[in-house]
Design a protein around this ligand. Structure first.
Ligand code: GLN
Length: 481
């Protein structure tokens, strides 16, 4: 049963080959025996999972099913799950049980999925390596000394290690796509506003978006079908009809116009990743697409713009963790000020503190115009570059990340070198566009991802391209030994 895709599991459940209870039990056993190697889960929700599996089997027996009824999934520990620990990878929330359910997990529950557990992440989703978690780093199943990418590294590693058939993640600046690339799986960040942010612990509210992390594009379509849709509880959710994302998977790619930004193939890109992604694009060309070089001239500026805007939003979002409302409170505070400062000093890790300080600085009187307003102006120009590009092409392709997964600890004392690793993903969030990473080759024994960026609400097209590529190649079927 393990190592089957969601689509295959759905068939097996449907035909009665196995029950959701048997399947869930199998995954729980696997997690228990194997996850000590990877540290991909923060919590394994065994009782909850078995209860959901039983309910799924009962509703199937009653003839009441959805395409995902009884399918196990893993959930990034940034989504609030009622009565279940929701830590966001932080000591601050180590003792926090969410009093309500996020819209995304509520929708997945309604679709009959079974939550196996909550996966590891960089603390408050700040990072590109899953190393800053209070619960220790997640290891890349392809090479245990390497990072799995981040921040949704636990979700990506769990799938690559065969501990979950699918997972959900969040992406503020690449946190679904980059770990998908590093672990050899498929990850989709939807258009901003497509998936509700309600109950997803906020990092950069104007950038955050939840999405599926799966073995195949077909599976991503199935999971996105259950996640997407308008939510009146999220003021930036878009009231736009949700198509069936599986409907266009099989359409031919004839005539598809692909733009390859020359800025995605410049200095700083590992030459083997360049060659691997270029040959994947050639493969898609063979399926009938036409490729043309384009320019996204402000690509480089996405790093300074993002690393002002995201910390600025984080500094305000994280002000709610003050020892009063949620989670950790320091021992024996002498007064209110002492409680705030000691609680925050104890509860947050170094990277989170760094972001809060940068963000608070950038928003303070006198610096707001110089940093925050400038960054917002850049953001607009970055978006304009994409809008212009999409007048000429249907999708944009290039590498997801410039480097292979690095050794755990290698960038510990150099945060800026980690920020630079986000060069190809940040602009997609700044512009609010959908982006996907699919496995497209191997370099030095590690998987490499191809990033496909679409126009607003073109998730169906991205998934169609992913599926066609996966019909023609087998990179998505490769698993660590
Ligand atoms: N690596 C980026 C950051 O640290 C993006 C993280 C994310 O998408 N959550 O902010």
């Amino acid at each position: 049963m393990l190592n089957k895709t969601v689509a295959e599991l759905a068939k097996g459940l449907e035909s009665g080959e196995f029950s959701s209870t048997e399947l869930t039990q199998e995954y729980l056993t696997q997690i228990k025996s194997e996850d000590s190697k990877y540290n991909s889960f923060i919590s394994v929700t065994e009782d909850h999972a078995l209860a959901q599996a039983k309910a799924a089997d009962e509703s199937r027996a009653a003839g009441n099913t959805t395409p995902l009824t009884g399918v196990p999934i893993a959930v990034k520990d940034i989504f609030c799950t009622q009565g279940i620990k929701t830590s966001c990878g932080s000591k601050m929330l180590d003792n926090f049980e969410a009093p309500y359910e996020s819209t995304v997990t509520e929708k997945l529950n309604a679709a009959g999925t079974v939550m196996l557990g909550k996966t590891n992440l960089d603390e408050f989703a700040m990072g590109s390596s899953c190393e800053s978690s209070y619960y220790g780093p997640t290891k890349n199943p392809w090479a245990l000394e390497k990072v799995p990418g981040g921040s949704s590294g636990g979700s990506a590693a769990a799938i690559a290690a065969g501990l979950a058939p699918a997972a959900i993640g969040t992406d503020t600046g690449g946190s679904i796509r980059q770990p998908a690339s590093f672990c050899g799986i498929t990850g989709l960040k939807p258009t901003y506003g497509r998936v509700s942010r309600w109950g997803m612990i906020a990092y950069g509210s104007s950038l955050d978006q939840g999405g599926p992390m799966t073995q195949t594009a077909e599976d991503a379509a199935l999971v996105l079908n259950a996640m997407a849709g308008f939510d009146s509880k999220d003021s930036t959710s878009l009231d736009k009809e949700v198509p069936d994302y599986t409907a266009k998977l099989s359409e031919p790619l004839k005539g598809l116009r692909i733009g390859v930004p020359k800025e995605f193939y410049s200095e700083g890109l590992n030459s083997d990743i360049a060659a691997t992604t270029q040959s994947a694009i050639k493969e898609i060309e063979k399926l009938g697409a036409v490729v043309k070089e384009i320019s996204l001239p402000r690509t480089e500026l996405s790093i300074p713009a993002y690393y002002i805007i995201a910390p600025a939003e984080a500094s305000t979002n994280l002000s709610r963790f003050d020892g009063v409302k949620f989670g950790h409170r320091c021992e024996d505070p002498v007064d209110l000020y002492d409680m705030y400062t000691r609680t925050r000093a104890e509860g947050f890790g170094d990277e989170v503190k760094r972001r809060i300080m940068i963000g608070t600085y950038a928003l303070s009187a006198g610096y707001y115009d110089a940093y925050y307003r400038k960054a917002q102006q850049l953001r607009r120009l970055i978006k304009d570059d994409y809008v212009k590009a999409f007048e000429e092409v249907d999708v944009i392709m290039g590498p997801t990340a410039p480097s292979l997964p690095w050794t755990i600890g290698a960038k510990e004392n150099d945060p800026v070198s980690m920020y630079l690793e986000d060069i190809y993903t940040l602009s997609v969030n700044l512009a609010g566009l959908p982006g996907m990473s699919i496995p497209c080759g191997m370099v030095d024994g590690m998987p490499v991802g191809l990033q496909v960026i679409g126009n607003y609400f073109d998730e169906s097209l991205l998934l169609n391209i992913g599926h066609q590529f996966q019909q023609a190649t087998d990179w998505h079927t490769k698993r660590p030994a």
